[in-house]
Design a protein around this ligand. Sequence first.
Ligand code: C5P
Length: 407
Amino acid sequence: MQLTDKNIVVGVSGGIAAYKSADLIRRLKEQGANVRVVMSEGGKAFITPLTLQAVSGNPVSDSLLDPEAEAGMGHIELAKWADLILIAPASADIIARLNAGMANDLLTTICLATAAPIAIAPAMNQQMWHTQVTQNNVDSLQSRGYLVWGPGQGEQACGDVGFGRMLEPTELCSYCVNYFAGANKPGELDGQTWVITAGPTREPMDPVRYISNHSSGKMGFAIALAAQLAGAKVYLIAGPVKLATPTGVERIDVETALQMQEQSMAHAEHADVFVACAAVADYRVAEVASQKIKKSTEQLQLVLEKNPDIVAGVAALENAPFTVGFAAETENVEEYALGKLKKKNLQMICANNVSAPGHGFNSDTNALTIFWSGGSLVLPLTSKQELARQLVGQIAKKFNQSPLDAS
Ligand code: C5P
């Protein structure tokens, strides 16, 4: 019983996955949660309120303007009652309405009126999920602190295959348990300063060209948000990425490795924790041409110069923060990660196999194995947001155990 006395509002919006909501509610109740269900009009087309009333053991709410329901537990009371709102399934429509701040039905109104965390479990056709407007809406909700659990991938009700399946009820129940058990509750990092690097760097060749890599910055941005939500003052040193700044995070935009180094060193001096999530270019062009390089010879030779190792520089500071590196590898992941932990003198290194499907660059999901001197922990494949929450919890745990010597 890991959810004893937790009050969870389960929002059910319109989608075929709504048939799984009944099972989800049962699982939450098995863990001891009190569940109240709020349905959208679309949700009721897929599963009846009577079914969800029976499994939740409470009346189901579906109308903002029903005097009887409002006299029972009104929308503001429900919004205050919740320790967590979980919308499962969350359709593209409700995601868009939440992002726009609409309050045109009971579920969206409760979401606006609550101080509780809100998690969405997206469920929709894979094309609807991938379409730019949905992705923008989800990014925007994430940057405002919404938790996004899923979607999973696989075969869909419409016959398509891809991302868009609602996570299974058992998985969603685990997310809830993890959420409440998480070390990084709001306030956990109060008074701490975290500096996080994210995204690629861009090394110019001439005024119009550069050398870079495929890093999307999503993992670093997710870590910044998770640390901020847990109470830290967060500086996010970001290479060129197209991501919204997480609410409450101070973002410093840079382009090159040298700029990232300058900002990192300046901010790390006063930091408690430094997380180097950026994919820094190992080399820069030695002499950047002042004019566009013209196409003439069959071969063009560029002389590259090694960039400074930013994270190693931070770890070598006299007053070094608790320093965490990343190791994106395609083979011998553990061996290379442990080598970097030692060589760069880090307190922790997060290794991921970027060649595995769903891991790393540009993906919305990732898995990590984190190593520290004398121990390791596997954080299995999940959304980058959830992974960031777990990672921040682990860093906080190690940092709090022994801030000066985490080994
Ligand atoms: O050596 P490698 O690039 O694999 O190490 C990865 C880790 O080192 C990441 O944490 C990355 O942010 C950091 N790094 C850095 N400066 C560099 C290269 C990598 O901070 N020039």
